[in-house]
Design a protein around this ligand. Sequence first.
Ligand code: SAM
Length: 306
Amino acid sequence: MAKKSGTLKPTHEMKGSLRSEAGEAKGVRVYVGDCRDMLPEIPQVKRGEVDLVFADPPFNWSRAYDEWHDKMPREDYLDFTYAWLDLCVDALRDHGAIWVNIPDDTCAEIVLHLKERKLTMINWCVWHYRFGQNTKTRFINSKVHALYFAKNARNRRWNAEEVLEVSDRASTYFDPRTMDKRDGMPAGKRLPMDVWYGEYWGRIQGNNKERRHGHDNQLPEVYLERVIRATSNPGDLVLDPFLGSGTTGVVAHALGRGFIGTEFSGANAKRAFERIENGPIRLGALKDAVTAIHKPRRKAPAAAAK
Ligand SMILES: C[S@@+](CC[C@H](N)C(=O)[O-])C[C@H]1O[C@@H](n2cnc3c(N)ncnc32)[C@H](O)[C@@H]1O
């Protein structure tokens, strides 16, 4: 652990304040090591100054991570899970929120633990992707859970206008009522549903332009863009304890948030930091997205009139 006069020094750093209370968090700090050792030593974490946590932990599925051994005895994995969850919860400000990306096998334990910690579940979202592992003896897995919990449900960040998409009523049914509705949302728009899928939402594989060398668990940029835009403000401080290829960091920085990441592998951390410096490639791709799964039921009114 690289300590100097009692202060943990980041391994990679982009200068800039991390004072989110004044809306000034802009800097980036990346720490290499086990998040359970690093988080208690990071000043903003110690002082509970984090506005948003996004965590995509190792799933204990024997994945070939660069350095992390991804196969613990189940009890040890649960102890590990509760330890990092507690550190992240303690890092949050009163208005703060935590998102956890987790598959079926440990989802229930995390939900219960966060409830025991007196957080409130705001959404239990599902990230649906195609091309899950093929199987013959059970249904093919095609989802991961995206759990959204708030420390204080009545005092949380929520920026609906940042993440609206075109409603099915507008894109598929051409229902005129959606154009003059009075629900506070713009004409023809609504919030996304809690199952996330569509263009750019696939697993990052093959020749996907987002793909980073050496990572088979990289999340799509659109996922982090939705989470960060909806549940944090510019100048807020975002924390990711499992940095990986750096998806949370690259999107948070591009959206004007400060960022702290911890990562067990020094090589991953270095590449993630370079990615944060270079910037995302899909920012804004979800603007006015259409996610309807049915074809339009009739011709669009303008086309029908011709
Ligand atoms: C599922 S991946 C994260 C992927 C990331 N969300 C992305 O989009 O690239 C988990 C990462 O956590 C790292 N890791 C595993 N255990 C860790 C620990 N105890 N502390 C910090 N990092 C850890 C692994 O090296 C791996 O890079």
